[in-house]
Design a protein around this ligand. Structure first.
Ligand SMILES: Cc1cc2nc3c(=O)[nH]c(=O)nc-3n(C[C@H](O)[C@H](O)[C@H](O)COP(=O)(O)OP(=O)(O)OC[C@H]3O[C@@H](n4cnc5c(N)ncnc54)[C@H](O)[C@@H]3O)c2cc1C
Length: 460
């Protein structure tokens, strides 16, 4: 590899790129990494981490309200958006510095520049310099898209800008029905804004279990978030500092901020990948094999740019597996089955494995176990909310093939259930597990009867 300037050039310092660079360097490779914006990537700078900090901030409202039923008298709580954003920015800067230090300590050379692929072994930097590399790893992630080109789309912000608004908008219109749209709806509503979510499909959270979709919508509406489905924003006009959105059904809606969370696309534009011989799918994703290798043997790609499962832990695993495969002498494939996922909306969702519809379409027999109940905490607080727990079971093998939870702590619960699902636990194993009382999660091991219809339970 000594004919090259480096053994590995990583394009993109996000979740996947950072892990791949560090592990490759620890395996003894000479590694250079280019980052055009901030080290840490989407997750750390404008994704998972700052989002979760804002989610925490937004949930204090309900805690303050609930406290009264438990005997607390609360002085009028006041919220200050600039304080939250400044504190969040401080933490993100700390994390960025920590990521940078970890890479440098591992011996990775960081270049703050955009990088493009010139050929199978050459990367070009902004300053015109070229670097020759034995291997190139594309870890450029994805970026928000705005859907159809509509009049006034330039007035809409994406999640990127939502993290840096100068003030909390009193009225927000959020277009999109996926996890980013719903998480920001919960954040802004919790912080005191009036929020309307508009989504063109028949219900929010496409791809999630249908019971989860119904339950989240019902609970969000109870919390005062307006959800409009089967409709989309047709145009946006700026009038006196506010925004007038016209919907496809002719309705008009005025808001102080319009946010689009209508999807994300792989970052491949002008990267030089096609010209170098790398195959790009119709949706813009870099096509790779099970070892993350593209059609060009010296070029690999991981994370969101491959558009497999766009989650941080997946990008990290793929980065680690790539480094072990190419520089560690240990060919490693990533297992993409049973990846748990969460929506940090209000109410929160945690899910792993098959939805009921997927199970019914692929298994000879599907059994459903489901519970919907008022959580203990909501008794004294008087909050009108219910938790949904659902197990999807293969009726022939008794294996639990899916778990779906809506309610407080759903993500934490599903992370643990994922271990059991991954190990192939059966419903009998769940039944044999002693309950931990009083918890919400204990219902997972006390579900004895196959489920009645959701509609009937919801009405009770
Ligand atoms: C609002 C939001 C919330 C999210 N919440 C969660 C969550 O709760 N849990 C979860 O698991 N996932 C979440 N995600 C998804 C998660 O952030 C991504 O899956 C993850 O960051 C992907 O990692 P990556 O390494 O593929 O790309 P990224 O982290 O996007 O990193 C790519 C990096 O490459 C850089 N780059 C791009 N092109 C170039 C170039 N030509 N030259 C140099 N640098 C370049 C970019 O600046 C970026 O830093 C969220 C995403 C968003 C937007």
């Amino acid at each position: 590899m000594s004919d090259y300037d480096v053994d590995l050039f990583v394009i993109g310092g996000g979740s996947g790129g950072v892990r791949a660079a560090r592990i490759a360097a620890q395996h003894g490779a000479r590694v250079m990494l280019a980052e055009e914006y901030r080290v840490g990537g989407t997750c750390v700078i404008r994704g998972c981490v700052p989002k979760k900090l804002l989610v925490y901030a937004s949930r204090f409202r309900a805690e303050f309200e609930d406290a009264e039923g438990y005997g607390w008298t609360m002085p009028q709580a006041r919220f200050d958006w600039p304080t939250l954003i400044a504190n969040k920015d401080k933490e993100i800067a700390r994390l960025e510095a920590a990521y940078t230090m970890t890479l440098e300590k591992a011996g990775v050379t960081i270049v703050k520049s955009r990088a493009t692929v010139a050929d199978a072994h050459t990367v070009r930097l902004n300053n015109g310099k070229s670097v020759r590399a034995a291997y190139i790893l594309v870890a450029t992630g994805g970026a928000p898209t705005y859907g159809d080109a509509i009049a006034g789309v330039e007035h809409a912000i994406s999640s990127n800008e939502a993290f840096h608004l100068p003030e909390l908008p009193p009225h927000l219109l959020i277009q999109g029905g996926g996890y980013i749209a719903l998480e920001f709806a919960g954040i802004f509503a919790g912080l005191g804004a009036q929020v309307t979510v508009i989504y063109r499909g028949d219900n929010i959270l496409r791809g999630f279990d249908d019971d989860v979709r119904r339950h989240v919508r019902m609970d969000m509406e109870k919390r005062g978030i307006k959800v409009v489905t089967g409709c989309k924003v047709a145009s946006i006009e700026r009038i006196n500092g506010r925004f007038l959105a016209e919907f496809s059904n002719g309705f008009r809606h005025t808001a102080d901020c319009v946010m689009f969370a209508t999807g994300r696309a792989p970052n491949v534009a002008n990267l030089g990948l096609k010209e170098a011989g790398v195959e790009i799918a119709k949706n813009g994703a870099v096509v790779v094999d099970e070892y993350s290798r593209t059609r060009v043997p010296s070029i690999y790609a991981i994370g969101d740019v491959t558009n497999h499962i766009n989650l941080t832990p997946v990008a990290i695993r793929e980065g680690h597996a790539f480094a072990d495969t190419v520089f560690g002498g240990k060919p490693t494939m990533v297992d993409h089955t049973n990846v748990p996922t969460a929506v940090f909306s209000d109410p929160e969702v945690g899910a792993v494995g098959l939805t009921e519809a997927q199970a019914r379409a692929s298994l000879a027999q599907t059994d459903i176990y489901r519970a919907m109940f008022k959580p203990l905490k909501a008794t004294l607080s008087g909050r009108d909310t219910t938790v949904l727990l659902k197990l999807v079971v293969d009726g022939l093998t008794d294996r639990v093939v899916g778990c779906h939870i809506v309610g407080e702590g759903a993500a934490e619960m599903v992370q643990m259930v994922t271990i059991a699902v991954k190990m192939g636990a059966t419903k009998a194993d769940f039944d044999a597990t002693m309950a931990l009382h009083p918890t919400t999660a204990e219902e997972l091991v006390t579900l004895r009867t196959k489920s009645a219809s959701y509609a009937r339970e919801a009405a009770e």
